[in-house]
Every structure is written in C-alpha cells, then in structure tokens.
Design a protein around this ligand. Structure first.
Ligand code: 1CP
Length: 346
C-alpha cells in the first residue's frame, strides 16, 4: 500500500485523537502499518449465540427487532468487548439488513429467508431506499460514545448479497447466482450493479455516523471461478472500496478461499491461505480455524501463539478465518484472545 493511500490519512487522524484520549487504537495502527506493541485481535461474528448474554437478549426479542433497536444492537455489540476484551468492536447487524426496505417480508430462521427468490432489480425500490435503515447509524452513534476500542462497520459484498437473493435466502447449495450469470449475464450484471449502489450508500452512511473501519464480507466470492469473479464481481468491489478509501476509511476485505486483489487496505483470509505469503502482499487479517476453539483452552492458546509469533509486528490483525461457531465454548474464545494479546511484537 502506498504512503499516499487516502485510507492512511483518516487513520492517522483517529490515531492522533485516540492517543489524546488514551484509548486502544491498535487496530487502526496495524491497518495503517504504524508500530504496535502487540498484535490487535477481534473475532468475526463475535456477538452471537455462543454467548449466554446474547442468548438472554434473544430470548426477549427476535433477531430483526434486535437489529432495528439501536440501544439493543449497541448492547450486544458491547458484550464481546467486555467478555472477551477484544481490541475492536463490530456493529451488530447482518449483511441482509440494507436490503430490508427493498425486500419486504424477509425473516430470519436463523439465516435470512425471503418470500421469493430475486434475480432482477426490476420493480424493486431504488438504491436510495437504503436510507430507511437509519437505525444502524443510531446504533453507531451510541457505540462511539461508549467504546474505547475502534468500531468496525460492515456490509456484504454485492456478490454475496446476490447469492442470498437469487436463492431466496439460506440454502444448502448456493448455485442460484452462478446459474443466473450463465443463463442471463445481463440480468446478473443489473442485479449486481443495483446491489453495488445500495452497498456503497449503506457503507458511507455508517462512516458518516462514526464507523472507523469498514469490513466487506464476501463469504461466497471464493465459490466463483477466477474469470467469473474478475468479470462480475471485481469491478464493483473495486469501485466501492476506492470510494471508501477516498473518504479516508481503511477497508478490510474478507473472502473464503483464494486471496483476490480488489484494492482493499487489508485482506481477511481463511485457514486454507498461507498467512505469511498473504502478509508479504500487504496488511492481513486472520486466519485461525474456528474449529480449533473446540480443543481445550491450553491447546487453543498454544496454537494461537504459534499462528501469531511469526507475524508479530504491524500490518497483522489476528482473527478467525471465518465466523465463530454457535457452539464454541466461551473460555476457548477468551483463551484465543488472551494468547494473542500476550505475544509481544518483534
Ligand atoms: O438467531 C440469531 O440470533 C441470528 C443469528 C445471526 C447473527 C448473530 C445472523 C443470521 N446474523 C447475525 C449477526 C451477524 N451477521 C454479524 C454480527 C456482527 C458480529 O458480531 O460479527 C455479522 C458480521 C454477520 C454477517 C453475515 N451474515 C455474513 C457474513 C459473514 C460470514 O459469516 O460469512 C453472512 C453470510 C450472513 C448471513 C447470515 N445471517 C444469519 C445467519 C445464520 C447467516 C448465515 C446463513 C447461511 O449462510 O446459511
């Protein structure tokens, strides 16, 4: 990443302000490749069903009510910061939330369920309708007052959102979008461009409200061939990421499988990717296999130290390679975080 990268400018601003307030800015410094005393760590999907405190809130309200109520969304965002002592918070919401205005009748069970599969933006609301989900911004504003670690905002990549739309929700095999890309490439492009506009507006709303880092989740991008990814997905992702970086926000791009360059500040990689090779290309995040958190806490700590030690310098953010699993023992998540935080930098 070049020194002229605009993402660095805002990062430097936040770093300066945070130093004055004496709060934890390790994530911002690591993404910015500035010196760090230790590697920052957080956990993808760190607020969720593995935490008894989260389940207690969910017993009272359904998932969408939780997302739509800023005080509750802020509360469950804070839970893992308190319980695990992680170095970043991630807004509690879901990748499908910005599509609520356009897709009435969406429910969760536990993954998103749509009344019907959607393969075209025809007849749906224009991208600007995303402004109706302002409750997300209200949650961000509450969180910025409460937090002493950086706040990550997030969205789904257009391709991953399209995967759920084309399927009508969660599915066993996600072939719907790939079928559409072959059956009617023009319509696939139209759907993806509509989602690109929604995503950019939505992420900019979060930044304006106070999100300091953006992570884009492309959970299904790795399912595509290189040429399909390059043709259908990469240009839109590059436009979204370039626009956010111009606004001065560091962007982490998460995908499963191979690391594909889309101009991000940092790449979040899964456990099938060689971490040292990924780090050689630029700032990197990852890539502990969430299944290791099912070993005993001492083994978890040993394996966490083994992952972090060779990379213990700036430009690296420790995390899992994908979201934490709902059955994960809390003490193993805590052992992971603590082991990373106790590993000194080189
Ligand atoms: O029953 C419940 O309480 C709902 C379970 C749940 C939760 C806790 C869902 C439904 N979403 C979430 C929160 C969520 N989703 C966060 C919260 C912030 C955090 O703590 O990290 C985030 C970042 C997401 C993002 C998300 N949702 C992704 C991308 C990341 C990934 O893991 O790949 C995806 C693919 C989704 C879709 C989704 N939403 C919910 C579920 C169970 C799923 C997966 C469904 C499926 O693929 O079948």
């Amino acid at each position: 990443m070049s020194q002229k990268d605009p993402g660095r400018a805002i990062c430097n601003l936040f770093v300066a302000r945070y130093r004055l307030r004496g709060v934890n800015d390790l994530l911002l410094r690591a993404l910015n490749e500035q010196p760090v005393e230790r590697v920052p760590v957080w956990i993808m999907r760190q607020a969720g069903r593995y935490l008894p405190e989260y389940r207690a809130v969910r017993e009272k309200v359904d998932f969408l009510t939780l997302c739509r109520t800023p005080e509750l969304a802020a509360e469950v965002t804070l839970q893992p910061v308190r319980i695990l002592d992680v170095d970043a918070a991630i807004l509690f919401s879901d990748i499908m939330v910005p599509l609520l205005p356009a897709v009435p009748g969406m429910t969760y069970a536990p993954g998103p369920q749509l009344p019907r599969a959607i393969t075209s933006p025809d007849g749906l609301k224009p991208p600007e309708a995303v402004k109706e989900v302002g409750f997300v911004c209200d949650a961000i504003r509450i969180l910025r007052r409460e937090l002493d670690v950086p706040l990550i905002g997030f969205g789904g990549a257009p391709g991953t959102l399209a995967t759920y739309l084309a399927e009508g929700g969660s599915a066993k095999h996600f072939a719907g979008l790939r079928l559409l890309m072959n059956r009617d490439p023009g319509q696939a492009h139209a759907l993806l461009e509509w989602l690109e506009q929604i995503t950019l507006l939505y992420l900019k709303m979060q930044v304006e409200a106070g999100a300091q880092v953006i992570q884009i989740f492309d959970s299904w991008g790795g399912e595509l061939s290189r040429s399909d990814f390059d043709e259908f997905m990469a240009p839109g992702l590059q436009r979204i990421i370039a626009a956010l970086k111009t606004d001065g926000v560091p962007v982490i791009f998460f995908a499963r499988g191979p690391l594909r360059d889309v101009g991000a500040t940092a790449y979040s990689v899964d456990w099938t990717v060689d971490l040292a090779a990924a780090r050689a290309r630029g700032p990197v995040q990852g890539n502990f296999d969430p299944a290791i958190l099912f070993a005993d806490p001492a083994t978890v700590a040993d394996k966490a130290r083994a992952m972090v030690a060779p990379l213990a310098r700036t430009g690296y953010v420790a995390n899992l390679g994908h979201g934490i699993l709902p059955e994960t023992p809390v003490e193993c998540a805590q052992a992971f975080v603590r082991a990373v935080q106790e590993t000194p930098c080189l």
